[in-house]
Design a protein around this ligand. Structure first.
Ligand code: KIV
Ligand code: NA
Length: 275
């Protein structure tokens, strides 16, 4: 299994890191089979799996369940689990307990935490305690209420300077990697060049050290909005719809099940049963 040292080395050797979310055993299985470097059990599960319109309702229990399933599906891939909304503020010892749950029960190798500023002591203390922490700056969806929507971040001089400062700070506080979401490519490139730890972009251009996408976006398994930065490598939703339509049609017409999908038994045995 790759680890935090592997990811540092990949950055140093300019080998891009491929990361994608997964939430269940089959998606994790296919990610492992495809050679994914990192699987993120993202709290985007709230939106793409559970049908919420934000990540705010996601709980630690949700994340634990998804992490366990992902672990079983991809036993050999480095798994990072998101700490969900309001689970890494306030009392650090409570956060420690939550992280212990996700790592010891769930099987995650690391956790991801949104934000800089007041979150920095949490990154520092978790790292000190032996927990690899992935930071997340730029568009931080758990702060959608404060940010006022899902928008590109760091486009003004002030916000760009703050983002650069916070990126350096998460590294100084021990983060082993940084996710940069929805920032102009020029700024993302600059930040990646300033840091030793890998910067993994989503909507941050290609001049960073890796990319992450949400599984459902990448395979076209979505029902609603697909962000501009999400490339769809397949149209699984269309394939599924066609399959389900064919099933409905065959059930109605009686074409399914045919002999091929049916069990049978000896007539002799049946006669004995019926007497
Ligand atoms: O939850 C998630 O999927 C994420 C990625 C967008 C980085 O945090
Ligand atoms: Na997330």
């Amino acid at each position: 299994m790759k680890n935090t040292a592997t990811f540092l080395k990949m950055k140093a050797e300019r080998e891009p890191i491929a990361m994608m979310t997964a939430y269940d055993a089959p998606s994790a299985h296919f990610a492992q089979k495809a050679g994914m470097d990192i699987i993120l059990v993202g709290d985007s599960a709230g939106m793409v799996v559970h049908g919420y319109d934000s990540t705010i309702p996601v709980t630690l229990e949700d994340m634990l369940l998804h992490t366990k399933a992902v672990r079983r599906g991809a036993p050999d891939v480095f798994v990072v689990t998101d700490l969900p909304f309001l689970t890494f503020h306030g009392d650090i010892s409570k956060t420690m307990d939550r992280v212990a749950t996700l790592m010891q029960e769930g099987g995650a190798q690391a956790v991801k935490i949104e934000g800089g500023g007041r979150v920095l002591p949490f990154i520092d203390q978790l790292t000190e305690a032996g927990v690899p922490v992935m930071a997340h700056l730029g568009l931080t969806p758990q702060s959608v209420g404060v940010l006022g929507g899902y928008k590109v971040q760091g486009k003004t001089e002030e916000s760009a300077s703050l983002l650069i400062k916070e990126a350096k700070q998460v590294e100084e506080n021990g983060a082993f990697a940084l996710v940069l979401e929805c920032v102009p490519k020029q700024l993302a490139e600059h930040i990646a060049s300033l840091l030793t730890i890998p910067v993994i972009g989503i909507g941050a251009g290609k001049q960073v050290d890796g990319q992450v996408l949400v599984f459902h976006d990448a395979v076209g398994y979505t029902t609603g909005f697909v962000p501009k930065f999400a490339k769809q490598y397949a149209q699984v939703g269309e394939t599924i719809t066609q399959a389900l339509e064919a099933y409905v049609e065959e059930v109605k017409s009686g074409a399914f099940p045919s002999e091929e999908h049916t069990f049978s038994m000896e007539t002799e045995t049946l006669q004995k049963v019926y007497g």
